[in-house]
Design a protein around this ligand. Structure first.
Ligand code: ASP
Length: 402
């Protein structure tokens, strides 16, 4: 049986078991099942830094030309920013039609602590690793990318036999990483089951039903963005039919859905995009790690939906200017958000603050954030892959024309 079908079955089973067992079984599930899920996610996370570092160096040195690298970089970031802004607008449109939160009142104990979001300058400063080993130890992807870029450029400049030895070394490292990821993926159905069961058992219908309209907006917005934007990118510029694109992405999408971490899904996404969608290692190794941290379309749909939802709950009418401000801050905020569970809530706080919407509204969203995070993360990583396909195809055409 195909691995993605096995993962899908595990996903469905975990939902059924979670709903049947209910809250009474939560202590048992937390004690015995959840740790197995954590072991699985740790196995994947174990591969993030090795695979990003080694394959980025191999990718860069095989591009071998810093102009080309610059061109790919600018194109990638431009598409990332445009799709992010479109995602926020889709969030607005869906929430504007379905009016989540109208007539709802705030619970009296509404208060939620959210870590302070970093400023945009802090994000840029944090990209430069003062100590690359420390950044790698913390699995901070952006500084790791920056360090790998420098090592890659250094190797290109040294050139010759000595450079070749290093390239062969990193090439072998990358190969070994992909083999290990393959092994880990063999147990992914068990991992997915053990990760999702505790979430479903804990967030039963009583938690989700009152805010069903927000969840529905998020789900509908995600589907519209995936079908509208990614199908178009894949078909028109990415060289794949939407069917081929989404079936190629299915494993990574399900892992993202259950882990709620773009960074955690990165090794699986890199493997899928190369093996199932035929994207070159150069492009994959550069576009996907960058996307896992700076491209968050799902989180952007969420910001559109939730800011309108919170405005509705407080009976505030958002002006056109405020909406434009949300698109701008949301798009910029997405650059600095780590691809980890719950990061979107911090971004939402930043966006609400930028237009003066009450932060108390976060308390409502926080209760169902884990469920919203599943949709966001799934869309986040799919967006990265769609852009990787586009860059791969357009670069191929550029090279043929040159
Ligand atoms: N969990 C998301 C991700 O890893 C970020 C977010 O919370 O929106 O992509």
């Amino acid at each position: 049986m195909h691995l993605s079908i096995k993962i899908f079955i595990a996903l469905v089973l975990s939902v059924i078991f979670g709903l049947v067992t209910g809250p009474d079984a939560v202590p048992f599930i937390k004690w015995w099942i959840a740790p197995i899920g954590t072991m699985f996610i740790n196995l994947i996370k174990m591969m993030i830094v090795p695979v990003v570092f080694s394959s980025l160096i191999v990718g860069m040195t095989s591009i071998g030309d810093t102009n080309k690298l610059g061109r790919i970089g600018i194109k990638t970031v431009a598409i990332y920013l445009v799709t992010t802004a479109i995602a926020i607008l889709i969030g607005f449109a869906v929430a504007g039609l379905l009016h989540p939160g109208v007539g709802m009142s705030l619970p009296t104990d509404a208060a939620v602590k959210v870590k302070e979001a970093p400023s945009i300058m802090q994000v840029f400063v944090a990209m430069i690793p003062a100590n690359p080993i420390a950044s790698m130890a913390k699995a901070d992807i952006l500084p790791t990318i920056v360090f790998a870029l420098f090592v890659g450029v250094g190797i290109i400049q040294v050139g010759g036999k000595r450079a070749q030895q290093l390239i062969s070394f990193f090439d072998a490292c990358a190969e070994v990483c992909y083999k290990i990821i393959n092994m880990i993926m063999q147990i992914s159905p068990i991992g997915v089951f053990c990760l999702l069961l505790p979430v479903v058992a804990e967030n039963g219908p009583s938690v989700l039903l009152p805010l069903l309209s927000v969840i529905a907006c998020m789900a509908i917005g995600s589907v519209i963005h995936a079908v509208g934007v990614y199908s178009t990118l894949a078909r028109v510029w990415g060289g794949h039919s939407p069917m081929k694109f989404f079936s190629g992405m299915s494993e990574a999408m399900m892992i993202a859905f259950t882990t709620c971490s773009s960074a955690g899904t990165l090794p699986v996404n890199m493997k899928n995009v190369q093996e199932k969608l035929g994207v070159s290692r150069e492009v994959t190794s550069f576009v996907l790690p960058l996307g896992a941290t700076i491209n968050m379309d799902g989180t952007s749909v969420y910001m559109g939906v939730c800011s309108l939802f919170i405005a509705n709950v407080f009976g505030i009418d958002l002006s056109f200017g405020q909406m434009a401000m949300i698109v701008l801050t949301g798009t910029l905020a997405s650059i600095g958000t780590a691809g980890v569970p719950g990061a979107g809530l911090i971004m939402l706080a930043m966006v609400l603050q930028s237009v003066g919407l009450p932060l108390e509204g976060l308390a409502l969203v926080a209760g169902i954030d884990r469920v919203l995070d599943m949709f966001r993360t799934c869309l986040n990583i799919t967006g990265d892959a769609a852009v990787a396909c586009v860059i791969n195809e357009t670069e191929k055409k550029y090279n043929q024309a040159a």
